[in-house]
Design a binder for this molecule. Structure first.
Ligand SMILES: *Cc1c(COP(=O)(O)O)cnc(C)c1O
Length: 389
């Protein structure tokens, strides 16, 4: 490696060490829907976004296997060249039907969906107004669009209206539906009113809401009683509650047509493997039909919150599967995660810059696949860690 590159990387590595910011990957082998093997140790996983317990569902694997057995593993080209398959079309049609929108467009990931949507809808003379806690992909997307980026304090619709009043050109008002690191829900009715009053387009990224919350699992927008007029651009991912991979935007036919032509992260990347699209359709069936998964999940959430309150733990205002315990400093959050790991639990510490400085946390996530006993065991372990850190 040339000396200057070694020097640059060394400086960055020192800086990371200085702020407890070194990140490592663990090789985890899933044993079932909630247990993973980490080396010699078996851990109960409380750090997955597989909220409905679908990632290990045999119907998803069977759908993907059938597709793989029939032929190609890869789609061979981008969708506009020759990579668009019946499996992609079926998934888009199914998602549009489920979310009661005219059309849907499937991207290879949520990160790419957000890049394509914001750069496809806003340019240099436009404005993007965003919640301060929006997901990194939305921040990056706004930056890449070249639009003026105006941010407002978390979940503050009044401040959003002030920023919209300062905006120029076309304005996009952008928010997570359910916030990824806090688990709370955006003030969607208030934001919809602001957007309407200033002719802005409301974009909701409901990566953690669709499949989980609202009537039939149709997400936080449906939960708030809002529809396509209020939220013309609705984003979801297939990597979380759907237990699969990829993402989508749902909206009008014109929106999808526009993005197919303008969204560079759709145009200039190989289409999702058809087997993944087939698994996505199988997941959608379970998401639509299995209300019992959402019921089981909300029981686990209630049990966790009740138990945590009894232990005197500070909870954030979330009634969904994301139940963070804010610790504060990164070092302390890492020590908690390590102590829980020794007791057989995978609970990952989330540190700055993913969350604001001073709010490092254990991002506990619950799944329909957890049993009540698992939640009790986690609470006991947290209590034990507090007494003997
Ligand atoms: C996870 C997430 C994404 C990214 O989705 P992927 O499909 O994992 O790329 C986008 N937005 C939000 C709010 C997310 O939580």
């Amino acid at each position: 490696m040339p000396g200057h590159l070694t020097g640059w990387l060394g400086e960055a590595a020192n800086r990371r060490r200085g702020v407890q910011g070194v990140r490592r990957r663990r090789i985890l082998r899933p044993l079932d829907a909630v247990r993973v093997q980490d080396g010699e140790r078996v851990l109960l996983n409380f750090s997955s976004n597989d909220y409905l317990g679908l990632a290990a569902h045999p119907e998803l694997a069977a759908a993907a296997s059938r597709c793989l057995a029939a032929g190609a593993s890869g789609s061979g080209a981008s969708a506009l060249v020759s990579g668009y398959r019946p499996e992609h079309r079926a998934l888009e049609t199914g998602l549009a039907d489920y979310l009661e929108r005219e059309a849907a467009l499937v991207f290879s990931s949520g990160y790419l969906a957000n890049l394509g949507i914001l750069t496809g809808l806003a340019g240099r003379s436009d404005s993007v107004v965003q919640d301060r806690l929006c997901h990194a992909s939305l921040i990056d997307a706004a930056r890449l669009s070249g639009a003026r980026l105006l941010r407002y304090p978390h979940a503050d619709a009044v401040a959003a209206a002030r920023q919209l009043a300062r905006s120029s050109g076309r304005a996009l008002l952008v928010t997570d539906g359910v916030f990824s690191m806090d688990g709370d829900v955006a003030p969607l009715p208030g934001l919809a009113r602001c957007a309407r009053a200033s002719d802005a387009c409301l974009v909701v990224d409901d990566a953690h809401g669709i499949g989980v919350s609202g009537p039939g699992g149709r997400g936080s927008v449906a939960q708030a009683g809002l529809g396509p007029i209020d939220v013309p651009v609705l984003v979801g991912t297939l990597g979380k509650a759907f237990g699969c991979a990829g993402a989508f935007v749902a909206g009008s036919r014109e929106l999808v047509e526009h993005l197919v032509n303008e969204a560079r992260s759709y145009i200039y990347t190989t289409a999702m493997p058809p087997a993944v699209a087939a698994a996505g359709t199988a997941a959608l069936r379970r998401v639509r039909e299995d209300d019992w998964r959402r019921e089981a999940l909300s029981e686990r959430v209630a049990a966790f919150r009740e138990g945590a309150r009894a232990l005197g733990l500070d909870l954030l205002p979330s009634d969904g599967p994301i139940q963070p315990l804010v610790i504060g400093e990164s070092r302390a959050a890492l020590a908690w995660a390590e102590a829980l790991h020794r007791r057989g639990f995978l609970v990952v510490a989330i540190r700055p810059p993913t969350v604001p400085a001073g709010t490092a946390r254990l991002r506990i996530t619950l799944s329909a696949a957890h049993e009540t006993g698992h939640v009790e065991q986690l609470l006991e372990a947290i209590s034990a860690c507090r007494e003997h850190p």
